[in-house]
Design a protein around this ligand. Structure first.
Ligand code: NDP
Length: 324
């Protein structure tokens, strides 16, 4: 059960997603500069957005800003909410045929009337920097080289760079979505972990998750994972991003540390929390990603890395790393 105060025995090492993301972005920036020098190629990213969803607009702006910082050529196609699916498919077709576009990302969610699957399947798999095309999903399952979905790829990078051993580890993924749970389970398997995937129908979740050396949680259920779900000393990766708007709930979740959270609710209208109970993770886990500042920053960094990767793969260039 959750404790009321942060114990003085607090021992979890915080895995700093911002620092790892900065490292990855610096490597991509370097490689992009070398690619321009050696092959006169500037990788291009096109981000397509349909409608006026405010959160999507913020995400897209941040993707464009970061891509420009790293020397990629990027463009943002903001289409009106009334755009028909045929018009959107035409836009994608044009981007597919353009030599200067290496990566195409359609920002989700699309307006509800649009068939998301049809849209994602229209993207040339070689330019599918989100890694959602069925061909790329198939390649991932078959352990072939491919463009891997950004959040799962970022989680694996974080584990590697934090020296968390995956080979032989017992890993548990809570959540089986196509964008996080399933692909991250595949990647863990590729890295020789023994993987279990849990979901809303899993019986006695704690009895499964508490076996795991590596616990990855992507459910969208605030503070679902508590002490009893965590094996002492485990590495816990919290993918969840949940908006808490109720001050009482923030007090329950953060106890004596709630003041900053409550200020955030008062000024921004919400505070962001993960799927893992913060105090419980700090007390029980060995390593832990905070929300915000854990997995979130890695997603954009891996999008940049995927765009570079797509540019290299499309041109048959092996790599442009500094070790060459
Ligand atoms: P989905 O809603 O697509 O999937 C949620 C999964 O969690 C489902 O498989 C569901 O099971 C499972 N689940 C729900 N409730 C429970 C429960 N009580 N016990 C066990 N399993 C449960 O979510 P996403 O994968 O898209 O996202 C998950 C979270 O990660 C969200 O908070 C999202 O905002 C965040 N996210 C963060 C990203 C980042 O960059 N940091 C990127 C992407 C997502 P079932 O299949 O049975 O319904």
């Amino acid at each position: 059960m959750s404790s009321n105060k942060i114990s003085t025995k607090r021992r979890a090492e915080i895995l700093d997603g911002n620092a790892v993301a900065a490292e990855i972005k610096a490597e991509v920036k370097d490689a992009v500069a070398r690619l321009r020098e050696s092959h006169n190629v500037q990788p291009g990213l096109a981000v397509v957005r349909v409608g006026e969803d405010a959160a999507s607009a913020v995400y897209v702006r941040s993707k464009i800003r970061v891509s420009q910082e790293l020397g990629l050529k990027s463009e943002h196609l903001a289409l009106p909410a009334e755009t028909s699916i045929e018009e959107l498919l035409d836009v994608i077709e044009q981007l597919n045929s353009r030599a200067d576009v290496d990566g195409i990302l359609v920002q989700l969610p699309l307006p509800s009337a649009m068939d998301e699957r049809k849209v994602l399947e229209k993207i040339d798999p070689a330019k599918d920097v989100d890694g959602f095309h069925p061909i790329n999903v198939g390649r991932l399952v078959l352990n072939q080289q491919t463009l891997v979905p950004c959040t799962p790829a970022g989680i694996i990078e974080l584990l590697k760079r934090s020296r968390v051993p995956m080979s032989g580890a017992i890993a548990c993924v809570v959540g089986r979505s196509n964008i996080v749970g399933r692909p991250v389970a595949q990647l863990l398997l590729q890295h020789d972990a023994t993987v279990t995937v849990c979901h809303s129908r899993t019986r006695d979740l704690a009895s499964v998750t508490s076996q795991a050396d590596i616990l990855i949680v992507a459910t969208g259920r605030a503070a679902l994972i508590k002490s009893e779900h965590i094996k002492p000393g485990a590495t816990v990766i919290d993918v969840g991003m949940n908006k808490i708007t109720d001050e009482r709930e923030a007090r329950e979740l953060f106890g004596d540390d709630a003041e900053k959270r409550i200020n955030s609710i008062r000024t921004r209208g919400y505070t962001l929390v993960g799927d893992v109970h913060l105090r419980d993770a700090l007390n029980a886990a060995g390593k832990f990603t905070p929300v915000p500042g854990g997995v979130g920053p890695l997603t954009v960094a891996m999008l940049m890395s995927n765009t570079l990767q797509a540019a290299l793969m499309r041109r048959g260039i092996g790599n442009v790393s500094s070790e060459q």
